[in-house]
Design a protein around this ligand. Structure first.
Ligand SMILES: [Zn+2]
Ligand SMILES: [Zn+2]
Length: 374
């Protein structure tokens, strides 16, 4: 099986975040034939890592990809379309896995002679839980990196173009859940209860205008209300509960802390004014992905004769690769997936096979920038 066939096989059998055991088994089988110098399984759940070369001789360079697919019904009709109802590879992680498989094929032929390369297949990127779980796993010591690199395919950029940015590459984000609680009343006598209705509306409005009202200037700050809920639709009862769901984004983790404390004091103030109790919780917490300038320069040197560009603004989406650039020098970069095609997470998206060759070439050039190979 070659790396393109591997991608089609992975695409046909997608698995959701944290449940990628079949995908991990397919990857393990592919790599068994390459006889890596180190194999680690069960990393942070279903994660795997394959080492080529030895860390006794020099630095460890870690390349990372993701195992998980999304809860989206695929609408494409190609032969290798998803065979699982309600799940599909709509972020192109099947392609990222195939790129690292191709890198593995090349490293097996020409192993590092003064250090090692670790190929990490990380679980649960989409939920934001996987990178943290891998790093917290005690087996992570066996692959502790000096340098880390990762890529994401980017529809909307020319096919094969390498997309670079020093500093923030992808934003910090988190889902915020605000629950308000008052007191029910007969719908005929709402004044005898405490309804959270106007507090809920005020919070929706405040969150949707957060950037202008916080005065946290200079960098991107964004809150998007993604849902709100009031009472339980029963016509005889004035409601006592409400919830507001918002996604918060910022360019740095420091700014995220400011946004979070701004939102929490706003909730406390609005709730107190209406005699409500309030609770705030968070889900899907992503750190900002911050690239080291030296690592971005190294990528640019490595692919000086390939199409590449530096972008002015950070990407607004989030990526849990940021966890790795907190513990080692490194960078995340984009690989153009072509213009005029579906976007990531669209139900008709499919990773372009041509990028397997391009992505693996860029990764190998980065490897050769840091290490020698046989
Ligand atoms: Zn995604
Ligand atoms: Zn992704």
């Amino acid at each position: 099986m070659d790396s393109i066939e591997l991608r089609h096989e992975l695409h046909r059998h997608p698995e959701l975040s944290g449940q990628e055991s079949g995908t991990a088994a397919r990857i393990a089988t592919f790599f068994a034939a390459l006889r890596p110098d180190m194999v680690v399984t069960g990393l942070g759940g279903t994660g795997l890592a394959f080492g080529f070369g030895s860390d006794a001789d020099g630095p460890t360079l870690l390349l990372r990809c993701e195992l998980d697919a999304l809860p989206i019904q695929e609408t494409n009709q190609m032969a290798y379309r998803s065979a699982t109802a309600g799940a599909s590879h709509k972020c192109g992680h099947d392609g990222h896995m195939a790129i690292l498989a191709q890198v593995g094929v090349e490293l097996a032929k020409h192993r590092p002679t003064n250090g090692r390369v670790v190929l990490l297949y990380q679980p649960a990127e989409e939920s934001g839980a996987g990178a943290a779980a891998v790093i917290a796993d005690r087996d992570f010591e066996r692959l502790r990196p000096d340098y880390v690199f990762g890529l994401h395919n980017l529809p909307g950029f020319p096919l094969g173009e390498v997309v670079l940015r020093a500093g923030t590459f992808a934003c910090a984000s988190r889902g915020m859940i605000v629950r308000l609680k008052g007191k029910t009343a007969h719908a005929a006598q709402p004044e005898t209860g405490v309804s959270p209705a106007s507090a809920m509306c005020r919070l929706v409005d405040e969150f949707n205008n957060l950037a202008e009202r916080t005065g946290i200037g200079n960098e991107l700050v964004l809150a998007t209300v993604v849902g709100a809920h009031l009472g339980d639709n029963s016509f005889g009862i004035a409601p006592d509960t409400a919830a507001v769901y918002a996604t918060l984004r910022s360019e740095s983790d420091t700014t995220m802390q400011k946004v979070v404390s701004h939102c929490e004091s706003l909730v406390a103030e609005v709730a107190a004014a209406q005699r409500l109790s309030a609770e705030v919780k968070y889900e899907e917490i992503f750190s900002a992905t911050i690239n080291a300038a030296t690592a971005v320069d190294a990528i640019e040197r490595s692919c000086h004769d390939l199409p590449h560009t530096r972008v002015e603004q950070p990407f607004r989406w989030s990526e849990d690769f940021g966890r790795f650039t907190r513990i080692a020098e490194g960078a995340f970069f984009g690989l153009g997936a072509g213009t005029g095609r579906p976007q990531l997470h669209n139900d008709d998206y499919d990773f372009p096979d041509e990028l397997i060759e391009t992505g693996s070439r860029v990764f190998l050039r980065i490897v050769d920038n840091y290490l020698q190979r046989a």
